[in-house]
Design a protein around this ligand. Structure first.
Ligand SMILES: C[S@@+](CC[C@H](N)C(=O)[O-])C[C@H]1O[C@@H](n2cnc3c(N)ncnc32)[C@H](O)[C@@H]1O
Length: 239
């Protein structure tokens, strides 16, 4: 049964929660699942520190691809600490609609607290690799630092679902880690961090994100830009 949607600003969540995926429970419990995770990580300065001062630049790069004014139906796959979604809300056209899907009720509740109540926004508990939305039902899809946290089969499922739900001609905007330049001074540190804390992230150093698209995917275009010496990437796929 599909859990009921959560209105922006509402504090009450669906009563039939989906199970927490094993990789979140085992690998990312400290960042998202533990009841104190939100208390620890929902701090602008900490999120920015984790991204070496690049949070606002990457956030705005992603938002600019969605539009100075965002029209139509937008899907944000997974909640994000910081003000990405409040800033997206500020860009929504009066008749736009924003849906946010996350697997964790605690993350949806945290995001609901950050967003003023807004009829244009709906939050739903759901799995990025098995979205409930019909085919071609969104004008654009946003994936912000989600894919590096997912095991390969989930990452593939997430990308396949994003491609399925976006309309022909619609965009998928992805911001995530990328293999930094060989000279990058943070390369050894990031390697250690990934080894200890983010075991799936190195896969984004080894392969371009295109490698995780379905074999029969034929996007009309893929535009990739790298940032901060190549440590981060933005990929804009047009279906
Ligand atoms: C977008 S990612 C990382 C964002 C970034 N590190 C930040 O600043 O918050 C974190 C979110 O992804 C969600 N998530 C992870 N796997 C998911 C899945 N299979 N389906 C939906 N949401 C998922 C987690 O619950 C969490 O809220």
């Amino acid at each position: 049964m599909t859990p009921p949607p959560i209105d922006a600003g509402a504090a009450v969540l669906g009563s039939d929660p989906l199970p927490v995926p094993r990789y979140l429970e085992q690998v990312y419990w400290w960042a998202y699942v533990h009841p104190r995770a939100v208390h620890v990580f929902e701090r602008e300065w900490l999120v920015n520190l984790i991204l070496f001062g690049n949070y606002s630049r990457l956030r705005d790069a992603a938002l600019d691809d969605l539009g100075a004014t965002v029209h139509g139906r937008t899907l944000q796959v997974a909640c994000v600490y910081g003000d990405l979604t409040p800033r997206l809300q500020q860009r929504l056209a009066p008749d736009a609609r924003l849906e946010i899907v996350d697997i964790l009720p605690i993350q949806l509740a945290n995001l609901a607290k950050k967003l003023p109540r807004d009829e244009r926004i709906v939050m739903t508990q759901g799995d990025s690799s098995a979205l409930g939305a019909p085919d071609a039902s969104f004008d654009q899809v946003l994936l912000f630092f989600l894919l590096h946290e997912q095991p390969e089969h989930v990452r593939r499922g997430t990308l396949a679902e994003a491609l399925r739900v976006v309309k022909p001609g619609g965009r998928i905007v992805i911001v995530d880690y990328h293999r930094p330049a060989p000279w990058h001074p943070l390369r050894p540190l990031m390697r250690q961090i990934f080894r200890k804390l983010e075991p799936y992230a190195m896969e984004l150093w080894r392969h371009g994100l295109e490698a995780f698209l379905p074999a029969d995917a034929t996007p009309a275009s893929i535009v990739k830009t790298t940032h901060f010496g190549g440590l981060y990437q933005k990929l804009v796929l047009t279906r």
